[in-house]
Write a protein that binds this ligand. Structure first.
Ligand SMILES: [Zn+2]
Length: 432
């Protein structure tokens, strides 16, 4: 078990600015001052790792207040291949180039390389303020067993600091094979999820059969589903159309998430409305991944209209669909940037998605929405009785918080995490 260096909070009360949309205690804070950016001036008392009381601060101008956020949730990552850009770059920045480099890396993957990637990813995630992370895992080929063994070991090692959830990522038709069936049973025995990739072009009938088989398997084993679907700038919504066809025919008894849905942003309004309502009807969660989509998709040469394949987050939210935003790839062939930093993800996403954290729909994709997708005990709303798990920022406006890289303190169960809480290099040998 990782035993991080923690410091007791000297003072068990925090005087802070909290996004109004994330404060859950209604009447009790009715008189609190709220800034134009929706930040609520509050005194939060902590006891035994939980919030014991919340009250408004009467004269906020007389206090030095800092922004307090709940620790955040990364609902879509790939920690098995993070930081492989250096050896497997995709300089053209295309989807095809990324896949090619990824497959090369997969052939050379070792237990050591997965451990280095994943442990660095978890360490950064904790230090930067994530409390839970869902990672897709390349599960095809000879390295799959080793990869799962390392990641399940890390999941247990790190469980006090961060909740890790895994999704087996394979081509959709792999689940029809004997090897796919064995993989699904292993994944189910560990309580993890099944995944797959559904991106055009494809043969409709084959894809429907594959989806039907996968949904039946998920029902039988009780595994949640999370698909990479319509990560494309071609044939808008083609993959989702096939999924909806299958779900209209059968009852799916497990939670389902569609990651990407980038090409939905290219649909005509009436079709987008239709798909949004169907997503709601089938209780399908959506995880938008604006950074990788903005980088990889819709590249064109010559004089052509620029089309951005980005999931239409606001439209889906307005239809009632639960939408999270994830970071997806970090410094691997699919995306050269990222650092498992929720604030960097929020800052990068802002101009691409045009969502602002001072609005409820702007903050939900990083807090309550991914918590629901991962079925976490706490949805990130700060209320009496909620865990004292916070990010405290040396900032008092959203501009400073997101764009000035302010100092941050991480509070876990009411205690401050010390800097350099974990030296990755010292631990590696113990885990191999
Ligand atoms: Zn992904």
């Amino acid at each position: 078990m990782i035993r991080p260096k923690m410091q007791d909070s000297k003072n068990s009360s925090l005087e802070v600015l909290v996004p109004r949309a994330l404060v859950g205690c209604g009447e009790r804070i009715a008189g609190a001052n709220v800034t134009g950016e929706g930040l609520c001036s509050l005194k939060i008392n902590l006891k035994d790792g939980f919030v014991a009381n919340i009250e408004p601060i009467e004269n906020p101008n007389n206090h030095s207040l800092e922004i307090l956020l709940p620790r955040l949730v990364e609902s879509h990552a790939h920690i098995d291949k993070a930081f492989t850009w250096k050896n497997f770059p995709n300089l053209a920045g295309t989807y095809a180039g990324a896949l090619e480099a990824n497959l090369k890396e997969l052939q050379l993957r070792t237990k050591e390389s997965v451990l280095m990637s994943a442990e660095k990813a978890l360490s950064l995630s904790v230090r930067n303020g994530f409390r839970a992370l869902r990672s897709h895992v390349d599960s095809l080929g000879t390295s799959a067993d080793k990869t799962w063994q390392v990641l399940l070991g890390l999941k247990d090692e790190w469980k006090e600091l961060i909740h890790l959830e895994l999704v087996a990522l394979v081509p959709l038709n792999y689940w029809n094979t004997q090897e796919g069936n064995s993989l699904a049973r292993k994944v189910a025995s560990e309580g993890e999820c099944l995944g797959g990739v559904l991106t055009p072009p494809f043969k409709e009938e084959e894809v429907r059969n594959d989806l039907q088989h996968l949904c039946r398997l998920a029902n039988e084993l009780g595994c949640g589903l999370d698909l990479h679907i319509d990560e494309s700038s071609q044939e808008p919504g083609a993959g989702l159309k096939q999924l909806l066809y299958v779900l209209d025919l059968m009852q799916l008894d497990v939670p389902i998430t569609c990651s990407h849905l980038s090409s939905l942003g290219l649909l005509k309004p009436r079709l987008l409305e239709y798909f949004s309502n169907k997503l709601l009807q089938h209780q399908i969660n959506v995880i938008a991944l604006p950074l990788t989509n903005a980088w990889l998709l819709g590249r064109s040469k010559g004089f052509r209209t620029i089309k951005r394949s980005i999931a239409p987050i606001s439209q889906l939210q307005n239809a009632g669909v639960n939408v999270a935003i994830g970071g997806d790839n970090v410094q691997d062939p699919w995306f050269p940037g990222g650092d498992f930093d929720p604030l960097m993800l929020m800052a990068f996403s802002m101009p691409i998605t045009q969502l602002a954290p001072w609005n409820r729909f702007g903050i939900a994709p990083f807090t309550t929405a991914p918590s629901r997708i991962m079925d976490l005990e706490w949805d990130g709303t700060i209320d009496i009785g909620s865990p004292a798990d916070f990010i405290l920022l040396e900032a008092n406006t959203w501009s400073e918080a997101l764009f000035l890289q302010p100092k941050r303190k991480i509070i876990i169960k009411g205690k401050f995490l010390e800097e350099n809480f974990f030296e990755v290099d010292k631990r590696r040998n113990d885990l191999l």
